[in-house]
Write a protein that binds this ligand. Structure first.
Ligand code: CA
Length: 222
């Protein structure tokens, strides 16, 4: 499952994108201003970024320059109301991979998202259907989990959470990141649901699998 960061300050458009992308099997996070977009993009756990150019705080081009400058190679599709050749040129010069002009049809955007994801993962067809870590194997088509040779039942949320951990071994993931990715942007940040679900995963997949990093979040032991 690919996770897409949507950077867009107009709620109407971000809701439209989220709804469409989720209906097509993607997970999404929405950020509304440039500075937040940079910190989210730098965490590096996204497969693709949809970036509006006109944003409060740092604008889209500044965001793009900054994340590329920091070595983040996540594919970026620029989204803008400005159908301006200069914008297009500066976008590509700053490291954008593609460009969609508003107003756009969702299908048009979706085709570009899929094309970009195909290009960036062309060499990992197998990785599209399974995620493996140590003795744990997630089958993304059947949504089944094998631990050694044992089949373990996970709920949909547990499966998504497990997938995120397995795709980022050794990386500290904050409660907020996990909350955004598994439960969605609007979930109450004061909730302890992430802790509860990490507990479920430990019980089902192995107690030592996920360690608590005090004051920061959780990490899959690499
Ligand atoms: Ca805007």
């Amino acid at each position: 499952m690919s996770h897409i960061l949507i950077v867009e300050d107009e709620p109407r458009i971000s809701a439209f994108l989220e709804k469409g992308l989720q209906a097509n099997g993607f997970t999404t996070s929405v950020i509304q201003d440039g500075d937040d977009a940079i910190s989210f993009a730098l965490d590096g756990t996204f497969d693709l970024i949809i970036l509006d150019l006109g944003l409060p705080g740092k604008d889209g081009l500044m965001v793009l320059e900054e994340i590329r400058g920091q070595g983040i190679q996540t594919p970026v599709i620029i989204l803008t109301a400005r159908d301006d050749v200069n914008d297009k040129v500066s976008g590509f010069e700053s490291g954008a991979d593609d460009y969609v002009t508003k107003p756009f049809r969702f299908e048009e955007l979706l085709a570009r998202v899929r094309a970009r994801l195909r290009t960036s993962s062309a060499s990992q067809t197998h990785a599209d259907t399974t995620v493996k870590f140590g003795s744990i194997l997630l089958d993304l088509r059947t949504r089944r989990v094998h631990v050694q040779d044992r089949l373990v039942e996970l709920s949909a949320r547990e499966f998504t959470l497990a997938e995120i951990f397995l795709r980022h071994p050794g990386q500290v993931l904050s409660r907020q990141q996990l909350l955004d990715r598994v439960w969605g942007y609007d979930y109450d940040p004061g909730s302890n649901i992430v802790d509860v679900y990490v507990g479920y995963l430990r019980k089902k997949l192995g107690n030592d699998l996920i360690e608590t990093v005090r004051g920061m979040g959780y990490r899959l032991r690499a």
